[in-house]
Design a protein around this ligand. Structure first.
Ligand code: DHB
Ligand code: FE
Length: 277
């Protein structure tokens, strides 16, 4: 079976990728943010996952507003990156694990989660930034990825409870995988932020801190919010926490908080990293 070694939520602000490209991690603006990943690196060095399943949202690179699957899974051998408009250096392709992807697809379908299967899938900053944060030095492609895209962009969005259940189904599917594999589950995006409209720049620290707390011991509490509640409380793009809920769903009911760093702001976003094991 595939063993989940941990779950990790992280912001994916494109400016982080710019800071990495410039080598600006030590500058005063960036240091409190990047320092938050040191314990994660030590943990990854010790844990050595083989695969990262990444719940993320595409921002117009692979899917656009004309065709928007609610849930989509990559089943490719590799995943190319391209510049979706932020001017970040284009990264080398990421290695896929099609065998695991198809196992997840079949198991999820059997549980009535009908994901769009993508045999070609471009991945944007919501995949590249977390990968660069977790495994600095973009040359390292020893960890394969299975990208699972959740629509957090074009309403109607899947509910928090549906995303949590999707994660649970992924967790069950890993239990029946015939090979032994160490899996890290990643939730990409958030926390509170709003990029446009009258509330552009909106951040809600009390709500974020409540979510970081509940994600450990009582994730169902967050599933009781509606999508529109999340828009109001976390901002129009803060709904990216749906990816974190899917990540949390895949883990055991009882987990420990191994590490957390919350830092406001990075660009327009309340940034956070949360490691659960
Ligand atoms: C920002 C945050 C995001 O989640 C994103 O996808 C793009 C930009 C930002 O804060 O700049
Ligand atoms: Fe985003």
């Amino acid at each position: 079976m595939a063993l989940i070694v941990g779950g990790l939520g992280t912001s994916h602000v494109p400016a982080i990728g710019g800071a990495i490209a410039r080598g600006a991690q030590g500058e005063s603006y960036w240091k409190p943010f990047f320092d938050g990943f040191d314990p994660v690196h030590r943990w990854l060095d010790a844990t050595k996952p083989d695969v990262a399943i990444i719940f993320y949202n595409d921002h117009g690179l692979n899917f656009f507003l004309d065709k928007m699957p609610t849930f989509a899974i990559g089943v490719a051998n590799s995943y190319c990156n391209a510049d979706e408009g932020w001017g970040l250096p284009v990264q080398r392709p990421f290695r896929g694990d099609p065998k695991l992807s198809w196992h997840l697809t079949e198991a999820l379908l059997a549980e009535e989660f009908d994901l769009t299967t993508c045999q070609e899938m471009l991945v944007d900053h919501a995949v590249t930034v977390p990968m660069s944060l977790l495994w600095p030095g973009v040359g390292d492609r020893s960890v394969a990825i299975v990208p699972i895209a959740v629509n957090t962009v074009q309403h109607p969005l899947p509910s928090p409870s549906r995303c949590f259940k999707l994660g649970k189904a992924v967790g069950r599917a890993l239990d029946t995988y015939p090979e032994s594999l160490n899996v890290l589950v990643v939730g990409s995006g958030g926390l509170s932020h709003q990029l446009d409209g009258a509330r552009a720049g909106f951040i809600n620290k009390p709500f974020d801190l409540m979510c970081l707390d509940k994600l450990v011991d009582d994730p169902e509490a967050i599933t009781r919010f509606s999508v529109l509640d999340l828009v109001e409380l976390a901002g129009t793009q803060g709904v990216e926490i749906l990816n974190w809920l899917a990540m949390r769903g895949a883990l055991s009911d009882r987990v420990s908080k191994l590490h957390c760093n919350y830092h406001v702001p990075i660009s327009n976003t309340a940034s956070a990293v949360l490691l659960l094991g």
